[in-house]
Design a protein around this ligand. Structure first.
Ligand SMILES: [Zn+2]
Length: 304
């Protein structure tokens, strides 16, 4: 194997100095064409056999994928298929959501009882170290609300902390004459409404707006025009707010289900439409595979 030493010195360096790199003054010797052919023949043939097998493996993968596409396409054309089943399920769920929506849209009358116009007096708002304290008196009961103290330690925050009741009992302003079955819902409303009123006082003070005057307990529990229940000082009804939120949730759920159903229908059509093309691709791939297999067999034969 003399030629290897001559033409491939990097494989078997003749001396240490050559191993460090061929000297620039020694250009590669021209190889006679007939020798070059013999030199290149074996490696090229081996390389092409490897390449052929690689291409074959790629094609076999493609064939598997295309066979799967065809199976899916045939499934999509069947009368009963997974897409139709999912669409039917989604339609059922949509009907349930629609029924829920209709039910929630119907406004159930909320309980109401007119509270007496007990005057609300002596409003005081103090801001110390940026921490608000709000007080007012309903009849004889003094109420004080304060922002939690950690607000002062986090003075850089933009949002204000929610006021907390630190003095006064909402039960104390609940009239004795309230029917027994309405005591609990009215107390829950007053508890919330007294807090809302304190928040209004604080915010108006911070915004340098005039404080409300002549307010009575009746202004903290006036009837909602929609459901007839109690509204707070700002005219917000908790029952109607809950209903609107539920309607919003149902609307979003409906949109999501409609989109999902449309996607299922779209996918079924796409997969079914692709079937003729996939069948054609499979024929092409199988043809290429048989041609390649023949080439691989030829190469193996000439190498052995
Ligand atoms: Zn309402």
């Amino acid at each position: 194997m003399v030629w290897r030493r001559i033409f491939q010195p990097e494989d078997e360096p003749e001396s240490q100095s050559e191993a460090e790199g061929p000297p620039p003054e020694q250009p590669q010797r021209a190889v006679p064409p007939h020798i070059a052919e013999r030199l290149n023949l074996q490696p090229r043939r081996r390389g092409s056999a490897v390449e052929l097998r690689r291409r074959l493996a790629r094609l076999e993968n493609q064939r598997e994928q295309t066979q799967f596409d065809i199976a899916q396409g045939e499934l999509a054309l069947e009368d009963d298929n997974p897409w139709k089943q999912r669409v039917a399920l989604l339609t059922e769920t949509l009907e349930t959501v629609e029924a829920d929506r209709k039910r929630v849209e119907q406004i159930d009358p909320e309980p109401f009882w007119q509270v007496p116009p007990v005057p609300i007096t002596d409003p005081t708002i103090r801001i110390e170290n940026d921490v608000a304290s709000v007080g007012y008196t309903v009849g004889d009961e003094r109420f004080t609300y304060e922002e939690p103290l950690d607000w002062a330690e986090r003075g850089h925050q933009i949002a204000r902390m929610e006021l907390q009741l630190v003095e006064g009992q909402p039960e104390a302003v609940l009239p004795e004459t309230v029917p027994a079955e309405l005591r609990e819902p009215l107390l829950a409303h007053l508890d919330h409404s007294l807090f809302v009123f304190a928040t209004v006082l604080r915010d108006r003070h911070l915004d340098e707006e005039p404080l409300p005057t002549g307010t009575t307990l009746a202004d903290l529990a006036w009837p909602c025009p929609d459901c007839g229940g109690w509204m707070d000082f700002r005219g917000r009804c908790q029952a109607c707010a809950r209903r609107r939120m539920r309607l919003q949730e149902l609307f979003q759920e409906r949109s999501r289900l409609l989109n999902e159903r449309a996607a299922e229908i779209e996918e079924q059509h796409r997969i079914a439409e692709r079937l003729p093309l996939a069948r054609k691709q499979l024929r092409d791939i199988e043809l290429q595979i048989s041609e390649l297999k023949q080439k691989v067999a030829d190469t193996d034969e000439s190498e052995s």
